[in-house]
Design a protein around this ligand. Structure first.
Ligand code: NDP
Ligand SMILES: N[C@@H](C=O)C(=O)O
Length: 260
């Protein structure tokens, strides 16, 4: 049993989540791994136990179902040894808004957004009470790019970013750390829905996660590993705050006043 806090990672069977599992195991954290594919989870668990000696528990769950969400929420609420939650599970769907099936879109929202909300809410009271605990939410740079790709996926990633920033504002003062990680194109199976010749240049997943963990160790609120010019993010945030400061008027802006 590790003396370090236990880490629960969703979407830990492949890609970014599986790499987070490897890295946290290498740091000596016991793990709880969540995904649908028991076979992949078991294979990862065997390798991680052999390589690092940490405890690895599997919690197979489909986070687009009520039963799956309830099972993981209960574990997060009841297991006080879990001190880090990585909300990573996510998917995308191909096609355009008008061609995508609404069932697929509602599942996408449940996985990418509702699961982040519900699992964060399952741990936040305990973390706040204890005055410590971390939540890593995997958003995307597409949170800034509604015109770039499928609309609903982008909207879910904007939700994750804004929720993370709001929770950091509320819970940071109580000792809880919330990190929003915004990857850009990274080599994982999520790209399977895009033809190989249509994919952008991809960052290797270990490079992405290692950079994100540097941000985590620095307690950075928003971590954007692909963004080389940090000033671009800082400028966006400054402009956002300035916009908010200019919305306290009681009369409409002159550009909306019709000539009398
Ligand atoms: N790769 C990239 O370019 C980028 C990825 N991201 C985000 O990174 C996160 C991880 O994605 P990535 O590693 O790339 O993709 P992968 O497809 O490689 O991994 C997705 C993970 O989520 C799990 N998952 C999918 N559906 C469900 C479900 N219904 N219930 C529970 N788990 C589920 C999968 O496991 P299983 O199928 O076994 O359930 C898998 O472990 C996502 O949130 C994604 O939006 C953000 C920006 C860029
Ligand atoms: N392309 C998206 C993943 O599918 C993303 O960059 O978030």
């Amino acid at each position: 049993m590790s003396s370090k806090v236990k880490v629960l990672i969703t979407g830990a069977s492949t890609g970014i989540g599986a790499t987070y599992a490897k890295r946290f195991a290498e740091r000596g954290h016991d793990l709880v791994l969540v995904a649908r594919s028991v076979e992949k989870l078991e294979a990862n668990a065997v390798e991680l136990r052999q390589e690092t000696g940490v405890s690895v528990e599997l919690l197979p769950a489909d986070l687009t179902t009520e039963a799956g969400l309830l099972a993981v929420e209960a574990r997060l609420r009841d297991d006080s040894s879990i001190g880090i939650l990585v909300n990573n599970a996510g998917s995308n769907v191909g096609g355009t808004f008008v061609t995508q099936r609404i069932d697929d879109l509602t599942k996408l929202v449940t996985l990418n957004a509702t699961s982040v909300l519900r699992l964060s809410h399952a741990v936040a009271p305990r973390f706040a009470e204890k005055g410590e605990g971390s939540i890593i939410n995997i958003s995307s740079v597409l949170a800034f790019a509604p015109e770039w790709q499928t609309s609903v996926y982008t909207a879910t990633k904007s939700f994750v970013l804004l929720l993370s920033q709001a929770l950091q504002a509320e819970l940071g003062q109580k000792g809880v750390y919330i990190q929003a990680v915004l990857p850009a194109a990274t080599r994982t199976e999520i790209w399977n829905f895009v033809d190989e010749d249509k994919r952008p240049p991809l960052m290797e997943v270990a490079e992405l996660v290692d950079a994100a963990l540097v941000g985590f160790d620095r307690r950075e609120a928003v971590t954007i590993p692909h963004l080389h010019e940090e000033l671009r993010w800082q400028t966006l945030e400054t402009a956002r705050q300035a916009l908010l400061q200019d919305t306290g008027h009681t009369t409409a802006a002159s550009r909306y006043l019709e000539a009398k």
